[in-house]
Write a protein that binds this ligand. Structure first.
Ligand code: SF4
Length: 163
């Protein structure tokens, strides 16, 4: 049995990003991941109820962990507060992980939902800063190991190849 791996739907090429596009991994990486894992596709922003496309959003006043604690907000450039949708999507991602006994996730870097190491500053100035997106933060709180698409070596080396 292949171990389950939560994966951002956009990395599978699904056109679910805020701009209506996907961001597919190279076919060779997708092939290797599929050989090794049972891939569980998630898109927290879609599952939280945001339409595709939707206005870009950034975390203001902290990171995803602060959003979960009510100390920061996710806002669009026009100031709309979309924190509830982001938190709802994060909870659904966590539920999927728990349901499937999933201990690892491969999530899109730098996203206000999925980013595991960096997020944009909250000022819409293209500047990245350390921190996790809302979903990545919730998964990390529950001891799920979150990697991004630039850190796939561990995922590809860490599991025995399927025959
Ligand atoms: Fe959905 Fe996450 Fe990809 Fe954004 S980064 S489109 S929330 S899966």
């Amino acid at each position: 049995n292949k171990p389950p791996l939560l994966i951002s739907a956009c990395l599978l090429g699904q056109p679910v990003r805020y701009d209506g596009h996907g961001k597919a991994l190279p076919a060779s990486d997708l092939f290797e991941l599929t050989r090794r894992y049972q891939l569980l596709s998630i898109c927290p922003e879609c599952q939280g109820g945001l339409p595709t496309p939707h206005p870009a959003a950034e975390i203001s006043g902290g990171d995803g962990s602060d959003v979960l604690d009510g100390h920061a907000r996710v806002i669009t450039q026009t100031g709309q507060d979309v924190s509830c949708a982001f938190i709802d999507g994060a909870r659904q991602a966590l539920n999927s992980a728990i349901q499937h006994g999933c201990r690892q996730a491969l999530l899109k870097a730098n996203s206000p939902s999925c980013g595991n190491r960096q997020i944009y500053s909250g000022h819409f100035d293209q500047q990245l800063q350390p921190g996790s997106g809302v979903t990545a933060a919730l998964l990390q709180r529950h001891n799920i190991i979150v990697s991004n698409e630039n850190e796939m070596n561990g995922l590809l080396l860490g599991t025995k190849q399927q025959p």
